[in-house]
Design a protein around this ligand. Structure first.
Ligand code: HEM
Length: 425
């Protein structure tokens, strides 16, 4: 609470680091902007006012719905083909759905599944995502021993400098050029079809350099990739391990939505048990277990201890979510604990539920993430029956967690899935 509230200003910095320098195009972004300064505020404002307001989220609802329909159709076909012994690996499909939503929001294009025709471009996009994920997971010796950075003992900086960043730059530059060309063809009239259109429509004094746009696009691509996938995969795992709660949320969805149509975003505020399940899942499995490291460039104090200048400050959201002083039976998956409480992910008075953090550096993507996670989970629960693979019991579901910046399941979820509703999508 001291880091994220009372001393928020002191600790709202980020440490410079090797990966960040290349990923952010020289700290021209939100996530790794070292200081919560005017540029950082402006970049956040561009996102919150153009992507995450209730009205812009309403405008983009149609393509989120299309991507969910595509996901459900793919699972349906696979389940029908696979028959009674069908086992689904949900993670790659969830990831692709999230990335399609993000890339459509940013560039107006999707790069996974059916319905795209961007062969080499899609391949480039996927390579970038893979490289970003791989590099972000590495520990760079130069971050801890700056004198050794120049030696690049792991060869990682060479990879970032010569492969990763040029690949990202080439991909983003091509998207920027094609958008600019389209605007010329449209006689300078810019229709706001996607976020890049919006950025290019800013007037001269508010406009961003191409490099800064690239930094911002990297942020949003990274923000929209793993986190939502992790949240839904853990929620499905917990529900398969707890069939009673699964039936309870299914009954809620049936009573609010019925069985003749699929759940829509406008139904979500009426699904309180679903929301409790999402809170309970992220209490136990926050996608960023240690948030992102905060930093102080000056000497400071925390909890009565001296904090030297140049220290990273790690907030352990995972441990706070399981602290027996804050939660009764903390290891138990019990969504009911949230019913009738006003505990929220953001904007609440409590600092117990920290999956999206709090204070200045709080996740700006929360309004989108909240809808995307809840809508995906509700649709999957409504459209399919989920259980452990044949021969396994709910209590056999492996709940081991990966160690890393983000916390995936160690073993990707495998579930027996069968179609439940006859839906026309
Ligand atoms: C389940 C989904 C998500 C979770 C759990 C999540 C969580 C977080 C967390 C813990 C942080 C670090 C906060 C801190 O340093 O104290 C963060 C930062 C951030 N997130 Fe998210 N996030 C999610 C989805 C998204 C989405 C969909 C976007 C945008 C498309 C996004 C964009 C960002 C950005 C730009 C930051 C950097 C904020 C800053 O440094 O000022 N996130 N997020």
């Amino acid at each position: 609470m001291e880091v994220l509230k009372t001393r928020d200003t002191t600790f709202a910095y980020r440490a410079p680091n090797v990966f960040a320098e290349y990923f952010s195009f020289g700290y021209q972004n939100i996530v790794f902007r070292q200081e919560a300064d005017a540029t950082w505020r402006y970049l956040r404002k561009l996102c919150t006012t153009s992507l995450f307001t209730p009205s812009s989220l309403k405008t983009s609802a149609n393509f989120r719905q299309e991507e969910l329909y595509a996901l459900i159709s793919t699972i349906r076909s696979a389940a029908i083909k696979g028959g009674s012994t069908f086992v689904l690996k949900a993670r790659p499909m969830l990831y692709e759905t999230n990335m399609n939503v993000t890339s459509r929001m940013l560039f107006g294009k999707k790069y996974f599944g059916e319905g795209h025709s961007y062969g080499p471009e899609a391949a480039e996009f996927r390579i970038i995502l893979e490289q970003m994920a791989e590099e972000s997971a590495k520990t760079h010796i130069g971050d801890f021993f700056p004198l050794l950075r120049g030696l690049d003992l792991q060869g990682t900086e060479k990879n970032l400098r010569e492969k990763v960043r040029p690949g990202m730059e080439k991909f983003f530059a091509a998207r920027i050029s094609e958008h600019k060309l389209q605007h010329q063809l449209d006689d300078g009239i810019i229709e706001h079809k996607d976020f890049l259109d919006f950025l290019l429509s800013l007037n001269a004094e508010d406009s961003l350099s191409d490099i800064c746009m690239m930094g911002l696009l990297s942020d949003l691509m990274a923000g929209g990739s793993d986190t939502g996938t992790i949240a839904v995969e853990w929620a499905l795992s917990e529900l398969i391990a707890h069939p009673h709660q699964f039936l309870k949320v299914r009954e809620e969805i049936d009573s609010v939505v019925g069985q003749n149509r699929l759940v829509q975003e406008s139904d979500l505020p009426y699904l309180s048990y679903l929301n409790a399940i999402i809170k309970e899942t992220m209490r136990l499995h926050p996608p960023f277990p240690l948030l992102l490291p905060h930093y102080t460039p000056v000497e400071s104090h925390l909890g009565g201890y001296k904090v030297p200048a140049g220290s990273n400050i790690i907030v352990n959201a995972w441990a706070i979510g399981r602290d027996p002083h804050l939660w009764s039976n903390p290891e138990e998956f019990n969504p009911d604990r949230f019913l009738g409480t006003d505990m929220q992910f953001v904007g609440g008075k409590q600092f117990q539920l920290l999956a999206f953090s709090a204070g200045r550096r709080q996740c700006p993507g929360y309004p989108l993430a909240a809808i995307q996670v809840a809508h995906t989970l509700a649709s999957l629960i409504q459209a399919f029956d989920w259980g452990p693979p044949v021969g396994q019991k709910p209590e056999d579901i492996n709940m081991d967690e990966d160690m890393g910046l983000v916390c995936y399941r160690t073993v990707p979820l495998e579930a027996a899935v069968s179609c439940r509703l006859e839906l026309v999508l």
